[in-house]
Design a protein around this ligand. Structure first.
Ligand code: ADP
Ligand code: MG
Length: 611
């Protein structure tokens, strides 16, 4: 019997190893751009076709390579960056393992052109799935250009697992974002399918953040800076009033490398905690410069966790630094004790004799029918009224069976009191702490959260509008300009259809700016840019390719932002409308994200308490 063990051919070994370094087009972008930075480039141009599936090209004006070096660069563990093991502890370069180029070449078709300034001719190298196809002298610009074509062409299983173009682009963007945020002194451009989508001239750190995230961030940034024997901490945090619920930028970098650090994240959150609501997230861009031998960089190339030797000692320094900056820049608002939540007690005037309050009711009014007749209501409330009615008009017809069921759920078994026509014929609704609607039902007292109930109602409505393209657009007189970050702008096209279905009309002004020409007719007075950015953020957060999930995320964020807030005084008509519309929903008891809308205090509970 022959021996069984044999060495794998290099090409297969490389392909297996490549899986560790190169998982998706974004990993190629990261590795190539980092090489350009290590080569001292001052300008880096990134070209992408089909979200990196067909082409990723990185061109730099760095120091270039000699003919031998170009060839050597594709050997596994060939690197110019370390020579001995001790070098590992003083690293100042992004790469050092010498794995990226051979890994990339193992799973794609690579073409490199490179020339050192001092050489007259450069080198062209073509490698196809680890196989050297061509090496020759050519005349080319000083610096290096690497083209990576047809990623995973020879690893169909991996190619199949690439996500949608939107997801792959998003990943590319976030890699680029992490790199450009530590290299403001380098100019970058990104060209996607021959269109320039990112143009970042060299600038200061603050301006780089602004270039990336849009002009409106500028006023939000508060500088932080602290130098200690353990290292330097600097960067920016956004003022607490700009903390948001959805996706926000939270970046840590150590020695110019993006890292995740849940422990340091807690330090920042501790500083922000008294200033923001529990579910809001503050933005931050925080940079550490520490002695390279106090962090463990000998990490896996795709991992972003880094171990600091002085973590415990750095934690309070970071916390206090952020806290002090927030204080120094007067970011701490005067604290308003929440009188909002206190029950409203009318002032008793003993000189006036009390009179029985009179209720003006329309005994013919039925919340389930004939919504148009109510449009002539005498005093339309400032907010929510229109939305309530609009939702109402578009509701499905209620069948007689449902009607009976709903009535019995909603209303006392005793029914209308015909002996006293002046008293309330429908159940009375009582607003408690401008937060809950209390109503007496057959089996007890029903407590309805006004904000969440409206979220449920609007969510159902917006989802219906998206799915059936029913939204009505209202042209705006003075279009607002929406300035998106590069990552947001990259996500927008995939949402455009649904945004239009809701009634938004956007026109592209270039440079990641859009004019908001039309908004859904029912949300006229709400900040349209905020709505759109929140929807983009939400759908980025879901990280899903599934259309239905993205649509739900959009409908939910729009509903949450436009729903009647807490603290709003509701008229009896509004309360009646909310309650009746809520029960048209198939799932009135919970919001789409699982928060309780309705709670019951049963007769038995009440009886027990009264004993
Ligand atoms: P590493 O970056 O870990 O050293 P790579 O496989 O990414 O490994 O690159 C191998 C070597 O090729 C680098 O050490 C560097 O000497 C050279 N190299 C790669 N890209 C460039 C570039 N854009 N300009 C100059 N030299 C480069
Ligand atoms: Mg490298």
């Amino acid at each position: 019997m022959p021996d069984l063990i044999h060495l794998l051919p290099d090409s297969i070994a490389n392909q297996i190893a490549a899986g560790e370094v190169i998982q998706r087009p974004a990993s190629v972008v990261k590795e190539l751009v980092e090489n350009s930075i290590d080569a001292g480039a001052s300008y880096i141009r990134i070209g992408i076709k089909d979200a990196g599936r067909t082409l990723i090209q990185v061109i730099d004006d760095g120091k270039g390579m000699s003919g031998t070096d170009v060839r050597m660069a594709f050997e596994r563990h060939a690197t110019s960056k370390i020579k001995e093991v001790n070098d590992l502890f003083g690293l100042t370069t992004m790469g050092f393992r010498g794995e990226a180029l051979p890994s990339i070449a193992a799973i794609s078709q690579v073409e490199v052109k490179s020339r050192r300034d001092e050489d007259e001719l450069g080198t062209l190298l073509v490698i196809n799935g680890s196989r050297l196809e061509k090496q020759e002298f050519i005349s080319c610009a000083a610096g290096t250009s690497v083209s990576v074509k047809n990623i995973f062409f020879n690893v169909p299983a991996r190619r199949k697992f690439l996500k949608s173009n939107e997801t792959e682009r998003r990943n590319i963007f976030s890699e680029i974002e992490r790199i450009v945020l530590v290299n403001p002194h380098i100019a970058f451009t990104l060209i996607e399918n021959d269109i320039e989508t990112l143009h970042l001239p060299k600038t200061s750190l603050r301006q780089r953040i602004v270039q990336l995230e849009g002009k409106n961030v500028s006023q939000q940034l508060i500088e932080i800076e602290e130098e200690t024997t353990l290292g330097k901490i600097y960067g920016y945090v956004a003022r607490p009033e700009f903390a948001r619920k959805g996706r926000v930028n939270q970046f840590f970098f150590v020695n110019n490398r993006f890292i995740r650090h849940p422990y340091f994240h807690r330090a920042v959150m501790t500083a922000f905690e008294p200033l923001i609501a529990a579910n809001e997230k503050p933005e931050y861009y925080i940079y550490f410069q520490v002695n390279p031998d106090t962090i463990d960089v000998n990490i896996h190339p795709t991992k972003t966790e880094v171990k600091f030797e002085n973590e415990q000692a750095l934690w309070p320094i970071l916390m206090v630094t952020v806290k002090e900056s927030l204080g120094k820049f007067n970011a701490i608002p005067s604290i308003d004790f929440d009188t909002n939540d206190a029950p409203e007690i009318p002032i008793f005037d003993p000189s006036r004799s009390a009179t029985m309050p009179r209720l003006n009711v329309n005994p013919d009014y039925n919340p389930f029918h004939n919504p148009h007749s109510e449009r002539q209501s005498p005093s339309p409330p400032a907010f929510g009224w229109e939305q309530l009615y609009q939702g109402f008009e578009k509701e499905k017809e209620v069948t007689p069976e449902e009607d009976i069921h709903l009535q019995s759920v909603l209303f006392n078994a005793s029914g209308p009191n015909h002996d006293h026509p002046e008293t309330e014929l429908y159940p009375e609704h009582y607003q408690y702490k401008q937060k809950y609607i209390l109503t007496s039902v057959k089996s007890g007292l029903m407590i309805i959260d006004q904000h969440k109930a409206h979220i449920r109602i609007l969510f159902d409505k917006y989802l219906e509008q998206i799915r059936h393209r029913k939204g009505v657009s209202q042209r705006v007189l003075f279009p607002e300009v929406l300035e998106l970050s590069a990552a947001e702008a990259a996500t927008l096209p995939s949402l455009m259809d649904d945004l239009e279905a809701l009634g938004f009309e956007l026109s592209n002004l270039g440079n990641n700016s859009f004019a908001v020409q039309g908004v859904p007719s029912e949300i006229e007075n709400v900040d349209a840019s905020l709505l759109i950015r929140t929807m983009i953020g939400k759908s980025m957060e879901t990280g899903s390719d599934v259309k239905a999930e993205i649509q739900e995320a959009m409908a939910l964020s729009l509903a949450s932002l436009t729903a009647i807030p807490y603290g709003r005084v509701l008229t009896s008509e509004e309360m009646l409308l909310i309650v009746s519309q809520l029960f048209v929903s198939k799932t009135p008891t919970y919001t789409p994200d699982g928060q309780r809308v309705i709670s019951m205090l049963s007769d038995a509970d009440i009886e027990k308490k009264m004993k």
